[in-house]
Design a protein around this ligand. Structure first.
Ligand SMILES: [Zn+2]
Length: 454
């Protein structure tokens, strides 16, 4: 199928009058600038690549906004986690399906065309393994397919409640797997891989792993030839950094750098609490640092020194994590604004060789996110998945903007949605601002919410 767009963002440059072909498999097959529109489907608007969301826990969408009241003067991440456990322990497979479908639809409408699901909600409410399903992975996979979003499923190993092999807490019963049980889950999932579904691996965190389990996971990844980076929550909270120091005599980022060959096959989520030396190690290693600025702000985690990291040529991607915000624009805006507030200066995340901040932020997060997802989704380019967003160029916020100003305007002033249509793998999943299954997904979501918190 041939398409024609007047203005389109190719990697590193804007082009006009572009004709492109999408193969029957859903990939970009040919892309030609300064072409004619003859016999092509005309795309009415500005075309930019869709954004990968490299970190999601879909069930948490059910509870957004419910922890915004004061229980004590010391409310923090750990008090939020108690509510999250309550939500995780109530949710049924059909509720999870409805909530995940709604979330993924929201992601698509906001500009995320693929997601890496860091999946640790494995078992029944009583903590026993499901008889009929692989685990709740099936539900996530079905929800992604129904919404049309590209999925990297990261079955997540979660074993202990703290460093030193501490027994899991009762509220963690749905998350826990012995390593052998986990390996068999991964083996069941691998044959399901397709152009829209990738399978990777995640370790929940150093505090949630039995001694030696991370090494087994790295070996499993290598044995199975999995190319998607291994994801892990690394240093989100100061308490886990000091717990790690007490147990291993070393901070978590330093510890993984000392014990593993840190390279592009790692994706470290929330490297928030990091020393200058650790920052250098990560930048040099070319591992991906997954940042979730709105969740990190909401949970009072801290601020990752992203300017220093990008100055060292570090690689970043963004995720919506707890889904307090499902919007790549807001994540990128917070990334830049946290640095402006810190340095009391403007335009922090580029150097003098790059002129436009918004365009650069979008492309950095796109490329790091694509790598973290382990799928061919790094922009509008030959052999990549045909994932794109069409912006409404008649929207007052974008009207009259030169092409190089489009992403600057979108990220720093885009408070109403300017995304009109969304294509994933060559299929239109959002048209004129509406998802193709919007009514059904929303109806099921209402039903789930009515019963989940009744
Ligand atoms: Zn997370």
């Amino acid at each position: 199928m041939d398409f024609f767009a007047k203005t389109l963002r190719l990697p590193g440059r804007w082009v006009n009058n572009v004709r492109f072909t999408v193969s029957s498999a859903g990939d970009f097959e040919s892309i030609t600038a300064d072409a004619t529109a003859e016999n092509a489907g005309i795309i009415d608007g500005i075309v930019i690549p869709g954004m990968p969301n490299l970190h999601s826990h879909s069930f948490q969408r059910a509870m957004v906004g419910m922890a915004e009241y004061m229980k004590s003067a010391d409310d923090d991440f750990w008090s939020w986690r108690n509510l999250m456990y309550q939500c995780a322990n109530r949710i049924t497979p059909s509720q999870l399906h409805a909530i995940t479908s709604q979330l993924y639809m929201e992601m698509l409408k906001a500009g995320y065309t693929s997601v890496a699901e860091f999946h640790y909600l494995h078992h029944q409410q009583n903590g026993k393994a499901f008889d009929t399903l692989t685990d709740l992975s099936d539900v996530i996979i079905e929800a992604a397919a129904g919404s049309g979003i590209g999925l990297t499923l990261l079955p997540t190993l979660y074993q202990t409640s703290g460093f030193g092999g501490q027994q899991p807490r009762e509220e963690q019963r749905r998350f826990i797997n012995e390593t052998e049980q986990f390996v068999s889950l991964v083996e069941k999932l691998l044959p399901l891989r397709s152009s829209q579904l990738q399978i990777g691996l995640a370790a929940h965190s150093l505090r949630a792993m039995q001694e030696g389990a991370l090494t087994e996971l790295v070996a499993l990844k290598n044995d199975l030839g999995l190319t998607t980076p291994l994801h892990i929550h690394i240093a989100e909270q100061e308490q886990e950094v000091s717990d790690c120091e007490n147990h291993y005599g070393c901070r978590p980022i330093q510890w993984v750098c000392d014990n593993y060959d840190m390279n592009e096959s790692w994706s470290l989520i929330h490297a928030t609490h990091i020393t200058a030396h650790e920052l250098e190690l990560l930048a040099k290693s070319q591992c991906i640092v997954g940042l979730c600025p709105t969740t990190e702000a909401n949970l009072g985690d801290g601020v990752f020194p992203v300017k220093d990291f990008l100055d060292l040529d570090g690689i970043i991607g963004i995720g919506s994590d707890s889904h307090i915000s499902v919007n790549p624009i807001e994540e990128l805006r917070w990334l830049e604004y946290s640095q402006r507030l810190h340095y009391q200066k403007r335009i922090r995340l580029i150097d003098e060789n790059i002129t436009h901040n918004g365009t650069n932020l979008w492309e950095q997060a796109l490329s790091g996110g694509a790598f973290a997802c382990g799928r061919a989704i790094n922009g509008i380019e030959m052999n990549m998945r045909a994932d794109l967003l069409v912006l409404d160029d008649t929207h007052p916020i974008l009207y009259g903007r030169k092409s190089e100003q489009i992403l600057d305007t979108l990220i720093f002033a885009g408070n109403t949605n300017t995304i009109r249509d969304v294509m994933v793998g060559g299929n239109w999943v959002v048209k004129q601002g509406r998802h193709i299954n919007e009514d059904e997904i929303r109806h099921n979501f209402y039903q789930a919410m009515d019963t989940l918190f009744e």
